[in-house]
Design a protein around this ligand. Structure first.
Ligand code: SAM
Length: 421
């Protein structure tokens, strides 16, 4: 069987969970017209104006995924603005205007920054969303990293929460947390007449009773969500990845199942994963091809549409296709990725050469149908399953059989089957 590399604009992945759309592009200019006024929650975690370059650590081959090395560290995105604060705030304004247009009247914006730009951002949000629609300045306090001696260590991020309008949908009961001991130390521990443990406090002549087994609603200081530790199994290798618990709280408090959640700087796809976990649909946009490949892998069990053209490369693919009863078995035999390693890439170990199927991070089989490539079966390297399956079984359905490959640089190629002559 000959496999010819072809063009394609859309990939549809058939999964079991609620899904959505992923777009590689600039949040300010990508075509999002179909979402205008329909999104219930926009979470924005843009560059913070740190002046740093951020990377993505891609593990290589079965050994890399099982043990951590070999790997390559690639540039993921830049948080450096030669034009200074004015250039940064222009980017932020563009994203906020986009978010405003996407949101429905009941929708909510969560803008995640740190102390560098949060004051400037608040003014921008007041202008775009109106001061009267400001809801909260959430402090996400964490304990990661070292301790400073020249100032108090900066151990919090700021999440600005705005409503699109007075019709905001918000349900704090969906994010209730168990009551913690340490906050109630000043209260008297007791039991009520039925023996149920509680704490009481008398204030202004009134007795207040709080039951230990009753959940409490979070306030605007979130100290109960920890930063991702180095060894956290959630880690994808994408710098600045946020914890799923944080995004679950944000998504849950302002959406109902079926709503649309958008993240216009989606990075490793934490928001999109939280949306899927809460039965919401999602829209993810990011400039970086590494973000798109990480999100693709993270969301393979959702019904995902990637609205981004496949790449054209000098790669070569060899695969066999064996017909069976009701399905084809497709065997990936070799892949010469012809990788164009970007400048600045760091290899561990030094001098590493990425060859053969080690260059493949994900591959799938499916059909070309109705102007799109529809993926049915996939294999992707993961920490829990480092080995790439080289045999995939594709049900016999209508359409031309095709293969898609995502290599270790995030390059996505599409291949159509052509019978041997
Ligand atoms: C702080 S990271 C997001 C991390 C993400 N919340 C996560 O959990 O992985 C910021 C992201 O913004 C993206 N980005 C920067 N400028 C952008 C733009 N103009 N349009 C879309 N994405 C952009 C970067 O590529 C990067 O992935």
């Amino acid at each position: 069987m000959i496999w010819r590399q072809i063009d394609g604009d859309r990939e549809l992945i058939v999964g079991d969970r609620a899904g959505g759309v992923l777009i590689q592009g600039d949040a300010r200019t990508a075509d999002l017209s179909a979402y205008q006024g329909r999104v219930q929650c926009v979470y924005l975690d843009p560059p913070f104006y740190t002046g740093d370059e951020f990377s993505f650590r891609m593990r290589i081959g079965e050994k890399g995924w099982a043990e951590g090395t070999p790997n390559m560290v690639l540039n993921a995105y830049s948080d450096s603005f030669p034009g200074g604060r004015a250039q940064y705030l222009q980017l932020l304004r563009g994203m906020l205007e986009r978010a405003y247009d996407l949101l429905s009247d009941t929708g909510a914006l969560f803008l995640h920054l740190d102390s560098r730009m949060s004051a400037h951002a608040r003014i921008l949000c007041d202008q775009i969303f109106k001061e009267s629609n400001f809801i909260n300045e959430i402090i996400w306090a964490y304990q990661s990293g070292g301790r400073a001696k020249t100032h108090f260590s900066r151990k919090h991020d700021v999440i600005l929460f705005y409503a699109k309008s007075r019709s905001l949908y918000f349900d704090i009961t969906r994010v209730a947390v168990p009551r913690r001991d340490n906050r109630s130390n000043h209260m008297r521990r007791t039991v009520d007449e039925k023996g149920r443990p509680c704490r009481t406090i008398r204030a202004g002549g009134k007795l207040y009773t709080y039951y230990d087994d009753e959940p409490v609603f979070p306030d605007d200081v979130w100290a109960d969500v920890s930063h991702l530790q180095q060894k956290d199994p959630q880690r994808t290798g994408y710098d600045t990845q946020k914890p799923l618990a944080l995004l679950n709280r944000i998504v849950r408090c302002c959406t109902r199942p079926g709503d649309i959640v958008a993240d216009l700087c989606c990075g490793s796809g934490t928001t999109l994963a939280a949306a899927a976990e809460n039965d919401c649909r999602f829209l993810g946009v990011d400039l970086s091809p590494h973000a798109i490949s990480v999100c693709r892998k993270r969301l393979l069990d959702t019904t995902l549409e990637i609205r981004t053209p496949f790449d054209r490369t000098d790669a070569r693919l060899e695969a066999d296709m064996m017909p069976g009863i009701g399905y084809y078995t497709i065997e990936l035999k070799s892949f010469d990725a012809a990788l164009r390693i970007p400048e600045g890439t760091v290899f561990h170990p030094r001098g590493l050469k990425v060859e053969g199927l080690d260059a493949v991070d994900q591959w799938s089989v499916g059909f070309l149908r109705d102007g799109a490539y529809k993926t049915y079966v996939s294999s992707a390297r993961r920490k829990q399953s480092p080995e790439l399956k080289t045999l995939l079984e594709l049900p016999l359905l209508r359409g031309q059989v095709a293969i898609s490959v995502v290599d270790v640089l995030g390059t996505r190629t599409l291949w159509a089957a052509e019978p041997d002559r």
